[in-house]
Design a protein around this ligand. Structure first.
Ligand SMILES: C[S@@+](CC[C@H](N)C(=O)[O-])C[C@H]1O[C@@H](n2cnc3c(N)ncnc32)[C@H](O)[C@@H]1O
Length: 203
């Protein structure tokens, strides 16, 4: 998947107007808050932060969030909304499937982004390297679907994931205490699309 193309260029400005999208991310954020002990001194990374729908929900509970996204247009929307976000935010405009970071985090959160990355095993290795020991992952994405979830080409590499497969990828990268649970259901006129939350720890 090329890192040069901005797949969200046409969607970014109206991205936050879709109610079911905002509600889905709220459900995911609630599940993260229920599952992870967030602390006011934590520095998190949000992988595929987009316009900031997830990080704005998590912000009041942590110190800082590094927003990682390769889309210039999504980063621009987030940048314009920074005043409304209740923690420090740093925007890193990079493609995490290609670039490596030399900082480490207390945790990595993500919503609806992993299905845009081809090599999931490598992504989990990158997540592992990005964490301090004791750090967590809390990653939400679609369960397996039939390809009907996306009506436009936004750079989709996977039609959701089997929960066993995604847990195995996390385990093989070194994560422990792995859990996968229901996080949300996106209801579209032509079908329901369940979303899972995978959590794990770097010991
Ligand atoms: C479907 S959007 C989700 C945005 C946000 N997390 C939400 O739930 O509203 C996926 C986002 O991930 C970003 N993305 C996809 N692959 C990426 C990669 N390899 N590195 C960085 N960002 C990526 C896209 O640019 C897009 O903004």
């Amino acid at each position: 998947m090329s890192s040069n193309r901005d797949y969200f260029a046409k969607k970014a400005s109206t991205y936050d107007l879709e109610k079911r999208r905002v509600n889905n991310v709220k459900n995911i954020a609630d599940k993260i808050k229920d599952s992870i002990k967030l602390k006011k001194d934590m520095h998190l990374a949000d992988f595929g932060s987009g316009t900031g729908l997830l990080l704005r929900e998590i912000a009041p509970y942590v110190n800082k969030i590094t927003a990682i996204d390769r889309s210039k247009s999504m980063n621009e929307v987030l940048r314009n909304n920074l005043d409304e976000i209740d923690c420090q935010v740093e925007i890193l405009p990079i493609d995490l499937s290609i670039e490596k970071l030399d900082i480490t985090f207390d945790g990595i959160i993500s919503s609806m982004t992993m299905h845009h990355v081809k090599d999931i095993n490598r992504l989990f290795e990158t997540f592992y390297d990005m964490l301090k020991s004791g750090g967590f992952i809390a990653l939400a994405d679609l369960d397996c679907e039939d390809g009907s979830f996306h009506s436009e080409d936004t750079g989709v590499c996977h039609y959701g994931f089997e929960r066993d497969f995604i847990s195995k990828c996390a385990k093989e990268a070194g994560f422990e205490d792995i859990t996968v649970q229901d996080a949300s259901v996106v209801k579209k006129p032509y079908g329901d699309y369940p979303v899972f939350l995978l959590c794990g720890k770097k010991i």
